[in-house]
Ligand binder design. Structure first.
Ligand code: NAD
Length: 316
């Protein structure tokens, strides 16, 4: 009685780690269809999957920006059955909005938001008919909270969250579950691609103050944030597997306990000023505050990581 899992964006990062992890499940509980836009980029997954390839894992083509490719992929599955859909494909974009074209922004929305919408239009009606299914969406802490120079990316993840929150009520009526996985920084290709693109930003359209904040504060601290707070893709995969296998999975799950002090600020102040003021202080009120905050978060992280490990040990 294997569950059929369809995952998008499996050529790298979280999608790759997740596909390999689930396919190698000791109890062989899952048949994984690991999809990617370009199957010629499947080498890393083939290597990570090892003996699971051709047994509990199959690689298929799927571009979340192309309805026909989604339909063709789902049509190719036995009885078109998807028990667990994992919407993971996504992309980032950083920089001042005056330096980004509307087309660039549309590509981010098209991938991160409409990509999910296209998947659900294809998969949800079958799930409703079967009254069975779990939709797992890799969102982000930026689906809860905006971050400096991530305006459009955060907007795309907010769109994902609003969409899922609305659908979740309907889903309940059909016995379906929706879960949003909200990682903080994860060390994947994503980080490198976003940073490299960020470095190439043509800042001539930005005023000198904005350009300076982006280059000399934001980009300078970018790598450090990933180094200090960053999780591995494998860690996020482990969290996702836990949510997938729960009897009654939660609607939201944050994977990075180091980051929860920041997201908690959002819920602590209904006016919304507390997180904005805190981010402002972290960014602008000299490095000392920034480093102090990072150290504070590190300490909290260390403590929560310890308790997470204990929890994991207990469940083993
Ligand atoms: P990644 O760049 O390694 O993986 C993203 C994958 O999506 C890539 O394999 C890419 O080829 C694929 N993709 C992009 N456009 C696609 C399309 N049109 N069709 C199919 N696949 C497409 O980065 P990642 O960190 O593994 O990102 C996975 C998800 O995690 C994304 O949704 C991202 O927003 C989210 N996320 C990442 C971080 C982070 O810091 N890395 C943090 C929070 C959330």
């Amino acid at each position: 009685n294997q569950k059929v899992v369809l995952i998008t964006g499996c050529s790298s990062g979280i999608g790759l780690a997740l596909a390999a992890r689930i396919a190698k499940d000791e109890k062989k509980r899952f048949m994984v269809y690991a999809t990617m836009r370009n199957v010629s980029k499947g080498e890393a997954l083939v290597e990570a999957a090892g003996r699971a390839l051709g047994r509990t894992l199959e690689i298929k083509q799927l571009d979340v920006c192309d309805e026909d490719s989604i339909k063709a992929c789902v049509d190719s599955l036995p009885e078109r059955r998807v028990d667990i859909l994992i919407s993971n494909a996504g992309m980032g974009l950083i920089g001042p909005i005056e330096c980004q074209s509307i087309d660039e922004m549309k590509t981010v929305m098209d991938t991160n938001f409409f990509g999910l919408v296209r998947l659900l239009k294809e998969v949800l009606p079958d799930m409703k008919r079967r009254k069975k299914g779990h939709i797992v969406v890799i969102s982000s802490v930026m689906g809860i909270q905006g971050i400096l120079f991530n305006d459009v990316y955060a907007a795309s993840k907010f769109a994902v969250e609003g969409f899922c929150e609305s659908l979740a009520v309907q889903a309940l009526r059909f016995n379906l579950n929706i879960s949003l996985i909200e990682p903080g920084p994860v060390i994947t290709e994503f980080e490198r691609k976003v940073y490299d693109e960020g470095l190439k930003t043509d800042l001539s359209k930005a005023d000198p103050v904005t350009a300076d904040i982006f280059l000399n504060i934001y980009l300078k601290n970018y790598k450090q944030i990933f180094e200090t707070l960053g999780q591995t893709a494998e860690d996020v995969a482990e969290h996702t597997l836990k949510i997938m296998t729960m009897e009654d999975p939660p609607f939201r799950h944050q994977t990075n306990t180091l980051y929860t002090p920041m997201t908690t600020l959002k819920y602590a102040d209904p006016n919304g000023d507390l997180p904005i003021d805190t981010f402002y202080k972290m960014v602008f009120e000299h490095d000392k505050v920034f480093n102090a905050s990072l150290n504070f978060i590190k300490l909290l992280c260390w403590r929560s990581r310890k308790s997470f490990t204990i929890e994991k040990d207990k469940s083993n």
